[in-house]
Design a protein around this ligand. Structure first.
Ligand SMILES: Nc1nc2c(c(=O)[nH]1)N[C@H]1C(S)=C(S)[C@@H](COP(=O)(O)OP(=O)(O)OC[C@H]3O[C@@H](n4cnc5c(=O)[nH]c(N)nc54)[C@H](O)[C@@H]3O)O[C@H]1N2
Ligand SMILES: Nc1nc2c(c(=O)[nH]1)N[C@H]1C(S)=C(S)[C@@H](COP(=O)(O)OP(=O)(O)OC[C@H]3O[C@@H](n4cnc5c(=O)[nH]c(N)nc54)[C@H](O)[C@@H]3O)O[C@H]1N2
Ligand code: SF4
Ligand SMILES: [Mo]
Length: 753
């Protein structure tokens, strides 16, 4: 076996004796619902101190109150009633957020990779000074030897935001996050091309007031984005019609009047057929189309033959059902939400599918209208005084040399390729900073990631947990959890602008530090004091709050503050003049931007490869009680769901002789096998041509004492991806798996013997 330069180090190897002991004694307590000692005496709210925060268990950023009892113990987190993201209620994950803080497996001290004489490697505990010196020293070295641009950044969430500030102050914009090219990127490219606007987060979907909610893949109810779930249940109470398109009978499908169990990968054909029906049955909004859109005649000609009968042959959805659902939408227009989805990297033609959704919305005269997509607004927060960021000589975009021309953010796989000399990129990346992203679980194509990890000279990872990604670090920086720190002001868009404060409810456990402090220390070592001109982050917050007419003191009492809209009303008025930020100033049914860049200006359905014999398409999604891989070890949430299962249609189960709860290994088309076996769930709720799994399980790091070895990881099966040529998104539903009923390890051992 080839010797690797950067071996994966299981953090359990650190101070083995102590860790093992600590683990045993803490584990029992860790299983009680709210962690340490909380099963004790009940305590009333009046006896506790409430401090404001916003949740970091996912990216909806719900504002909340954390309650700490007289002994300084965190007892509960509840939603802030004044918050438009949560309306006073958190989802199960947010409620269980205390488990992030209480997790005894947390990173406890900085760690530095050491190579022994025999070549083996381990992490040694380090002081903060040692760890920070090491990171700053390497940043200086890269700047001197290769230029600052050669230091890359992978990030997600608020911790990533702090790292981004550091990197921009230093002089690098060589950054990317899986939350773009592995998530919502195609949506951004498509809606920007069509409407000159982004959907944003929280999505500007007016589900609260809709009469018809169309979910194409979006599985709200399993995807637990808080206010969307709340609004959907309100819409159901109001008897809104729900149309779901999903190869799986999702939770949303179980609440819907219409379930279209589409053949995976064929959605563009269905959407174009809907467009055909609207146009050729003359039930689209003519006034709206005439006033606001560009390219209608070309669209009409383009979809002439895209009849429901044509789509039936592709999607397996009955022509009558296609017609009926199109008429439903037209009947309720404009109060129809065509949900744009969020994790939209499916098959590599995702920007085109997203365009098709945008076009459908326009034909219904719905964009900007009550019950469809509203016009969101966020509060602008002034930047704390600092010099302008230096301008790098090159950035993530220059790496592309014209490829993926409509990418609006860095592309993770491109940053990786640019880190590997044999790809001969014009610019080479030599070192990485990583924060708030677990690349080995969120990236497709493990070999590429591995090769890139091997190739770079240095990796520093800032995390709260010993996740797969920390195992590849040269320096590990243990961050506090969100409950123990100040952070950026949350000023995300919504119906009305609001701001929310996150402040420490408890002091940091172990030797962990907040991201703002970590980047300030590194920045100062690099002489970048001017970008970190404060002793404590509360000074930045107070200054910013004062600029917008409040203060840290007031915000500590209220947590959330709402502001009046200043950019006009929530909805487009009847017949109101409106200039869209596109080339033509109109909603582009025909995209001049796509055409100029050499792409189909109107979406075209193109077939995708089918599973080989005895293989099934692997599709995946979310479970209500977990966020990706990040919560599996959280004892509160682990209690609710400990492992995933693989959903198999009864016909397939029969064929393979699979029983419910039987454990199998999965093998994909490239021979990759899951690390652990996974339980079979035999169910009519999935088509026979596909299998389904919840993402985030099958952790391979033993230090995650609860998550380790539970279930299987979808990502291990995603060795292949289809890249969107428009913006670089990696379509990940293009892998096929088959079942292994015997332990593959046993076979391998037998083969060796
Ligand atoms: N509880 C929880 N909620 C979350 C998250 C979480 O980790 N946990 N993550 C958040 C994040 S970052 C994101 S991006 C969102 C993602 O949430 P969504 O955008 O809603 O999810 P998708 O992954 O696009 O959709 C998953 C659904 O697509 C279906 N599907 C698979 N293939 C096809 C196909 O070819 N056609 C159609 N029509 N459907 C198909 C699957 O069966 C599944 O029901 O969820 C967010 N909400
Ligand atoms: N196979 C497959 N791949 C996917 C997906 C999928 O469904 N299947 N989903 C895709 C989607 S939609 C997205 S958005 C991306 C998300 O992928 P990532 O960006 O990797 O997101 P997370 O899983 O949320 O990031 C988890 C990391 O952040 C750490 N973390 C949590 N809280 C904190 C904190 O407060 N501070 C610090 N410093 N670190 C923290 C966790 O311990 C963990 O290591 O993955 C994408 N990749
Ligand atoms: S939706 Fe749930 S996990 Fe996400 S921020 Fe809100 S409460 Fe937290
Ligand atoms: Mo995402």
């Amino acid at each position: 076996r080839m010797k690797t330069r950067r071996q994966f180090i299981k953090i359990s190897a650190v101070g083995a004796g102590v860790a093992a002991l600590g683990l045993h004694s803490l584990k029992v307590k860790g299983l009680s619902l709210f962690g340490e000692d909380s099963a004790e005496e009940p305590v009333s709210d009046e006896e506790m101190t409430a401090t404001p925060t916003y949740c970091e268990v996912c990216f909806w950023k719900c504002a909340a109150w954390t309650y700490v009892d007289k002994k300084g113990r965190l007892r509960k987190i509840i939603g802030n009633k004044n918050d438009p993201h949560s309306n006073g209620r958190l989802c199960p994950r947010g409620t269980g957020g205390v488990g992030m803080y209480n997790d005894e497996d947390r990173l406890k001290t900085p760690l530095i990779r050491v190579t022994r004489k025999d070549g083996s490697q381990y992490f040694r505990k380090a002081t903060w000074d040692e760890a920070l010196d090491k990171v700053a020293g390497k940043m200086q070295e890269v700047a001197d030897k290769y230029g600052k641009e050669a230091f890359g950044l992978f990030n997600h969430g608020t911790p990533g935001g702090h790292l981004e500030h550091l990197m921009r102050a230093y002089g690098s914009e060589t950054n990317a996050e899986p939350a773009y090219a592995q998530c919502r990127g195609p949506r951004s490219a498509a809606y920007y091309a069509t409407y000159g606007a982004y959907i944003g987060s929280p999505e500007c979907t007016d589900i609260r007031d809709t009469k018809c909610l169309v979910l194409i893949g979006s599985h709200i109810g399993e995807n637990m984005h808080n206010s969307q779930v709340q609004e959907m249940s309100h819409a159901i109470d109001q008897k809104a019609t729900i149309i779901t398109v999903d190869p799986r009978f999702s939770t949303a499908a179980s609440k819907a009047q219409f379930w279209l169990p589409i053949k995976p990968s064929t959605d563009i054909a269905l959407i174009m057929a809907w467009i055909h029906v609207l146009i050729y049955e003359d039930i689209y909004n003519k006034d709206y189309v005439k006033k606001y859109t560009f390219g209608f005649d070309r669209l009409k000609e383009h979809v002439k033959d895209m009849t429901p009968e044509w789509a039936y042959g592709i999607t397996t959805i009955e022509p009558n059902l296609i017609r009926k659902t199109a008429r439903e939408m037209a009947g309720f227009a404009p109060a129809v939400v065509i949900h744009p989805g969020r994790h939209v990297v499916w098959y590599g033609d995702d920007s085109q599918r997203e365009r098709a959704l945008g076009i459908l919305t326009a034909l219904l005269g719905a964009w900007g209208k009550r019950g469809s997509l509203y016009l969101p607004e966020a509060k602008a927060i002034p930047h704390f005084p600092q010099p302008p960021y230096p301008k790098p000589k090159w950035n993530w975009k220059d790496l592309l040399e014209g490829r993926f021309p409509l990418a609006s953010m860095g592309i993770t796989t491109e940053i990786m390729k640019a880190s590997i000399p044999r790809y001969k990129y014009k610019h080479q990346i030599k070192a990485w900073l990583v924060g708030g992203t677990n690349l080995p679980i969120s990236m497709p194509d493990k070999p590429l990631l591995k090769e890139a990890i091997e190739a770079v000279e240095f990796i520093a990872v800032m995390d709260t947990m010993p996740m797969e990604v920390t195992g590849f670090a040269d320096v590990v920086l243990p961050e506090t959890t969100y409950l123990e720190r100040y952070d950026f002001i949350r000023a995300a868009q919504n119906r009305i602008p609001s701001v929310a404060l996150r402040m420490p409810a408890v002091s940091p456990k172990y030797d962990s530090k907040p991201a703002w402090w970590i980047v300030k220390q590194i920045g100062e070592r690099l002489g970048l004091h001017a970008y970190f001109n404060y002793d404590d982050y509360s000074e930045v917050l107070d200054w910013q709050f004062k600029q917008i007419g409040t203060s840290l003191e007031e915000m500590k009492k209220i947590g959330v503050k709402k502001f009046p809209r200043v950019n006009g009303p929530l909805y487009l008025g009847d017949d109101e003049d409106y200039e869209f930020n596109t080339n033509t100033g109109k909603i582009e049914l025909y995209s001049t931007e796509f055409a100029d860049a050499g792409f189909d200006p109107i979406p075209v359905y193109k077939p995708h490869p089918e599973p080989p014999q005895n293989f099934y398409r692997l599709i995946y999604g979310r479970a209500p009680m977990h966020t990706f891989s990040r919560t599996i070890n959280n004892h509160n949430l682990w209690d609710l769901m400990k492992e995933n299962s693989v959903w198999v249609n009864p016909v397939v189960a029969d064929l393979w002789g699979l029983k419910n709860d039987e454990k199998v290994w999965l093998k994909n088309q490239d021979g990759a096998i899951t690390d652990f076996p996974v339980k079979v769930r035999v169910t009519e709720r999935i088509r026979w041509d596909s299998v389904y799994m919840v993402h985030g399980f099958g952790h391979s790091d033993k230090k995650l004492s609860r998550a380790y070895g539970r279930g299987a990881s979808d990502e291990k099966m995603i060795t292949h991806y289809a890249q969107d040529p428009i913006m670089g998104g990696t379509g990940m539903r293009v892998n096929f798996v088959t079942f292994l009923k015997e332990n593959p390890e046993k076979n391998r051992e037998e083969a060796k013997a």
